[in-house]
Design a binder for this molecule. Structure first.
Ligand SMILES: [Zn+2]
Length: 318
């Protein structure tokens, strides 16, 4: 029995060494795939659509330890990936502006971010590990009923949106009240999208949402309705449309990258474990930065997968 225990300890130590070495030795491959993680509630208890604050914190620790670094969707869409060489960009998204994602608490006359809310957990982790980056996109619902209307604290809703933008986070369009866009005619779809932006602009003037996450993952009859246009005096323009599932996204340098159909990974225990484990086992599938935003490093054998318009960038084959 004792020998078995010792053996298993040695094995554990060896595995830890291997996984550490793996994270440090990743070869740049900017045609690898990128995870866009999709969180819903940060709250108790852990459920299908709920991640506890502790489990969310653990997700961040795991991602950090395995060499993932945060970027915003804008950076992905603009192919401005400046994470250090050998690291992998990852995107965090939060849908539906539920209370546990961002909560203020009042104590002794001052107002503070609840450390058990999503943004509280994220900010605390970033303070400990500044090289993790600071980025996330919040797909808020400005016109939903309680408790999903702008994080459910009416007196602070403007302050929250302003805080997010001032810290470099993104606000995304998720329609005014989570309308299933597959069910509605063009005028209603356009009004849902434009109204969401109008409401956000009441608190953050001139802010334009750059991306839209489809409520229920349901596309409208014609996707162009949500991409650009105007309704009720507000014009909108989106560079990407996010789905609710589909696995890791193709590299933005790849021919298969389609910003109108950006897949996401639901950040629940099973899906996260599956995909993090998948990239551990298949490191060649993972986007690994070369650390230089002005060059794109790709395996020679995959050079034909580069988008045509990127030929002006310096391509480093390996
Ligand atoms: Zn939603």
């Amino acid at each position: 029995m004792r020998i078995l225990l010792v053996l298993s300890l040695i094995l554990t130590a060896a595995l830890l060494l291997v996984s550490f070495a793996g994270a440090a030795d990743l070869t740049p491959n900017e045609l690898g795939r990128v995870m866009i993680l999709e969180y819903h509630k940060i709250d108790y208890p852990e459920e299908r659509w709920t991640r506890t604050p502790e489990n969310f914190r653990r997700d961040l620790e795991t991602l950090y330890a395995k060499g993932y670094r945060l970027i915003n969707l804008a950076d992905l869409l603009d192919r401005r990936i400046a994470t250090p060489a050998g690291t992998t960009p990852v995107v965090l998204t939060f849908d539906d502006s539920s209370p546990g994602q961002f909560r203020y608490i009042e104590s002794n006359g001052s107002v503070q971010i609840d450390p058990k809310s999503g943004i509280g957990v994220l900010e605390a982790f970033i303070a400990e590990k500044p090289d993790f980056g600071r980025a996330a996109t919040f797909y808020v619902l400005p016109g939903a009923s309680k408790p999903n209307r702008l994080f459910n604290q009416p007196e602070y809703e403007g302050r929250k949106l302003q805080y997010l933008v001032s810290r470099g986070y993104e606000i995304g369009n998720h329609t005014l009240w989570h309308a299933n866009l597959a069910k509605y005619p063009e005028a209603t779809v356009r009004a849902q999208v434009a109204d969401a932006q109008t409401w956000i602009q009441r608190y953050v003037p001139d802010y334009r949402t750059r991306t839209l996450a489809l409520p229920h993952g349901a596309y409208p009859t014609d996707v162009s309705w949500v991409l650009r246009g105007s309704a009720k005096g507000t014009s909108y323009s989106h560079d990407a449309v996010l789905m609710v599932a589909g696995g890791p996204a193709p590299s933005p340098f790849s021919r298969t990258f389609d910003p109108v159909r950006l897949p996401r990974i639901q950040a629940v225990e099973r899906e996260l474990a599956y995909w993090i484990g998948y990239f551990d086992k298949n490191p060649g599938e993972r986007f690994v930065s070369d650390g230089d935003p002005n060059a794109v490093t790709v395996p020679t054998a995959r050079r034909d997968r580069l988008r045509d318009e990127l030929r002006s960038l310096r391509v480093v084959e390996r």
